[in-house]
Write a protein that binds this ligand. Structure first.
Ligand code: ZN
Length: 413
């Protein structure tokens, strides 16, 4: 416990129950009032400068709630979930009251060792406290774009701009009227690193493309993207076999016209090999096959054959049949990647590959996978965007290529 926290110097409004601070950092507490107090103070003590607290209390309803999808143009606010005690996305109502931690004087707020623009909104839910970072759209993108495309050369700026527009479009598409936040800060949506992730080049790309999004029939689209297509992007159903195809997500060749080269061939994972010996193959099958097929969790038996079952339009493996002593099991689309993992547990780079297997004594004794590309292959190929930028294409051309049939325009202000 302390009596001299530095924020005492700030102009700060306290509710009575917040007068006796306790220094804690743990998330979650048995009662919501106690939990709110603790979590608020943990955040405040990490703040870079002055912080104002707005604590409306149960039912007061004076915390602004963002409403409406993409109505506000450049002033659009997004809400990013940083932490939640709930196992699944909570869908809470604000009637229990929220606490807003709002930095003053252009400073930032810190949470869990990271620094964020905007403000933190802490909401009690049935299963714990939800911590949300609420901030303007482009401030959010500043913490996303550099993590998605890395440090690029000046000649590759168009790829960074394309990434900024793709990330912005994704965010607009995921604004929600009904949920208590719009996106997670992780790969579940887009990886968001807050202020520490920001880079001058990506900041410039975000400014250059202010309000620009990818539109189909006048609406922002879902903009999946991936590291390296390996030669051609994929339609949705080639990989995510249980999801509907979209007219703007279909195979696009990344071959450089008039050559046998590809825009994404500078990628370190343009081509790759992954190999298993017999025991290694059996180990991954025993560990993962039951998660995606009807295979038993134990006693799979010897693996007698692994065989591809057809190719998709872009040349990816459509399905893979694994023959074992206990039966024959078929993996489809992206599920293949989640079974054929490497010894560290990393999923297979892509489904664009060919197999060569050898058998000994009625059992697969080695399996070699020669593949191309990294990622699901749907939508924009990030290394292809880099290659196209080097070749002089602008970000509009890059995006209209990878999302065919779309237009690049400004969100309605
Ligand atoms: Zn590519």
């Amino acid at each position: 416990m302390t009596s001299q926290p530095h924020w005492r110097r700030c102009t700060t409004h306290w509710r009575p129950q917040l007068r006796r601070p306790h220094l804690v950092t743990a998330l979650g507490a048995p009662s919501w009032r106690l939990g709110l107090t603790q979590i608020a103070l943990a955040v405040v003590l990490g703040a870079a400068a002055c912080v104002s607290l707005v604590s409306p209390g149960p039912g007061s309803g004076n915390v602004p709630v963002v409403r409406g999808q993409y109505k506000n143009g450049r002033d659009q606010t997004v809400r990013i979930a940083l932490a939640t005690a709930a196992r699944e996305g909570p869908n809470v109502t604000p009637d229990k009251g929220q606490l807003v931690i709002r930095p003053e004087n252009g400073s930032f707020v810190q949470w869990n060792g990271k620094t964020y623009r905007g403000e933190l909104v802490i909401t009690p839910t049935d299963s714990g406290l939800l911590v949300v970072n609420r901030l303007p759209m482009d401030d959010y993108l500043r913490g996303v774009v550099p993590l998605e495309i890395g440090n690029r050369t000046p000649a590759e700026m168009a790829a960074v701009q394309a990434q900024a527009v793709a990330a912005r479009t994704y965010a607009y598409k995921h604004l929600s009227d009904t949920k208590s936040f719009d996106m997670y800060a992780t790969v579940q949506d887009q990886v968001y690193g807050g202020v520490e992730a920001e880079k001058p080049q990506s900041d410039a790309a975000i400014t250059d493309t202010r309000d620009v999004v990818v539109l189909f029939e006048g609406q922002p689209i879902t903009t999946p993207y991936h590291s390296t297509c390996g030669g051609s992007t994929a339609a949705v159903s080639e990989v995510w076999y249980d999801q509907p195809d979209q007219p703007y997500l279909r195979p696009v060749s990344d071959r450089i016209p008039g050559t046998n080269n590809y825009y994404c061939d500078p990628s370190p994972r343009f081509s790759w090999t992954q190999s298993y010996d017999g025991p290694g193959l059996r180990a991954v099958m025993e560990k993962y096959l039951a998660n995606y097929t009807t295979a038993p969790k134990t006693n799979l038996g010897r693996i007698t054959d692994v065989r591809e079952q057809g190719r998709t339009a872009s040349g990816r493996v459509a399905a893979l049949t694994v023959q074992t002593e206990s039966g024959s099991y078929t993996l489809k689309g992206n599920d293949i990647r989640f079974v054929l993992r490497d010894p560290k547990g990393a999923i297979l780079n892509s489904t664009l590959f060919s197999l060569s297997a050898a058998s000994s004594g009625g059992e697969v004794s080695s399996l070699t996978i020669n593949g191309r590309g990294y990622g699901h292959g749907i939508g924009m190929c990030q290394w292809g965007a880099i290659g196209r930028a080097r070749a002089g294409q602008n970000y509009r051309t890059i995006l209209e290529t990878y999302y065919p049939g779309t237009t690049i325009g400004r969100i309605a202000g």
